[in-house]
Design a protein around this ligand. Structure first.
Ligand SMILES: Cc1cc2nc3c(=O)[nH]c(=O)nc-3n(C[C@H](O)[C@H](O)[C@H](O)COP(=O)(O)O)c2cc1C
Length: 345
């Protein structure tokens, strides 16, 4: 008997709401809240409004929330509205957010971030002191002691996340890590500069330090920036090194989940990373923004191109996005509009 199209569509989108089971991380659904920089912290302190913002979304069929990027130390921040993930008061506030999210059944992981040369102060430092925007020399070149200390800050933040009850940590490949990965901002001639393996050394040292701090059973996710590799060969070098350092799951940043990652192949980035790393992958980009995006998503989930799906803008605009999709109430979703980023609701 031929099933009506709507029944098929409903059954297929249910794939998004199936539990995700990994030996280190179990999620009630495969829907992830993508990290979105909000800058609503009060001089680095997470606020009650932030707690409400996260728990409101958590209760709507999300499996995992990846927090907005959080600064691992005082020079890691982009702006004074960026939340800290160090110091007793900020960590206590994060514990409250984590508990509120857990009460809904959703899991949460902080996105550990360092701005490097994007830090606005004069003390900004990077692999070669190069500003990523102007590509001009602006700040200090990090020495090996600076590098060791930053790895320790990531490790301390990750250990705090575990103690506070978070379900994993995400090492952010943006900011300082990306400045090491890119040859335009990394002009070093030591073991941290040169080919991809050398440029990835810093990221791997962070992951290694985090792994040492959290033990073998705590999940480490790594957020791969868009355009992190020029070719599948470079991508393989990068993800292999990160896997060896201790990454369990990758999250791929992308504007459009279905865009091919490299010329000459239709595969998207998440697909490449899943294939090359043999690790579960979170894909994202454009989900819920266009009328046909859910059908495309279902096709990819059925084809097992990736394991989890992160949603950014659609969830910003409508906190109930997950529940509405699950209940096939798409027509009641509030669409994303640029004004949605101006308020925390
Ligand atoms: C306002 C805004 C701020 C964002 N901030 C961050 C960020 O700080 N770090 C990050 O990794 N991604 C950030 N993103 C990217 C999202 O996580 C996501 O990758 C992107 O929006 C594509 O997914 P979407 O189409 O579902 O929104 C941001 C996106 C938006 C719209």
């Amino acid at each position: 008997m031929k099933l009506p199209t709507t029944a098929l569509a409903l059954r297929d989108i249910d794939l998004l709401f199936r539990p995700f089971t990994h030996r280190k991380l179990q999620l009630p659904t495969r829907l992830v809240m993508a990290p979105v920089l909000r800058l609503f912290a009060d001089a680095g302190m997470p606020t009650v409004e932030m707690l409400l913002y996260y728990s409101r979304r958590a209760a709507q069929e999300l499996g995992l929330i990846i927090s907005e990027p959080v600064a691992v130390n005082a020079t890691a921040s982009l702006d004074e509205g960026m939340a800290h993930f160090y110091g007793g008061a900020a960590l206590r506030a994060w514990k409250g957010i984590c508990r509120a999210v857990h009460r809904t059944g959703c899991k949460m992981a902080p996105l550990l971030f360092h701005a490097g040369m994007l830090h606005p102060g004069e003390e900004a430092a990077g692999p070669s002191g190069i500003d990523p925007g102007s590509l001009q020399q602006r700040g200090e070149t990090m020495n090996k002691e600076n590098i060791r200390n930053i790895a320790l800050d990531f490790a301390r933040a990750a250990a705090s996340a575990r103690l506070l009850g978070f379900d994993g940590v995400v090492v952010d490949g943006a900011g300082l890590v990306e400045q090491f990965l890119h040859p335009e901002t990394n002009r070093r001639h030591d073991e941290y500069g040169g080919d991809m393996v050398s440029r990835a050394r810093f990221a791997c040292e962070l992951v290694h330090a985090v792994r040492k701090a959290v033990g073998s059973r705590f999940p480490i996710l790594f957020r791969l920036p868009e355009h992190c590799a020029d070719s599948p060969q470079e991508l393989e070098q990068l993800v292999s090194a990160l896997c060896a350092a201790g990454v369990d799951i990758f999250a791929c940043v992308g504007e459009m989940v279905h865009f091919p990652a490299f010329a000459g192949s239709p595969l998207n980035m998440a697909c490449w990373v899943r294939m090359l790393s043999q690790r579960p992958v979170i894909a994202e980009g454009g989900v819920g923004l266009r009328a046909d995006s859910l059908q495309q998503l279902v096709r990819s989930l059925v084809a097992r191109e990736f394991d989890l799906v992160a949603v950014g803008r659609a969830l910003l605009a409508d906190a109930e996005w997950g529940r509405k999709v699950r209940l096939a109430r798409e027509d009641s979703i509030s669409p994303f509009h640029p004004g949605a980023v101006l308020h925390l609701f």
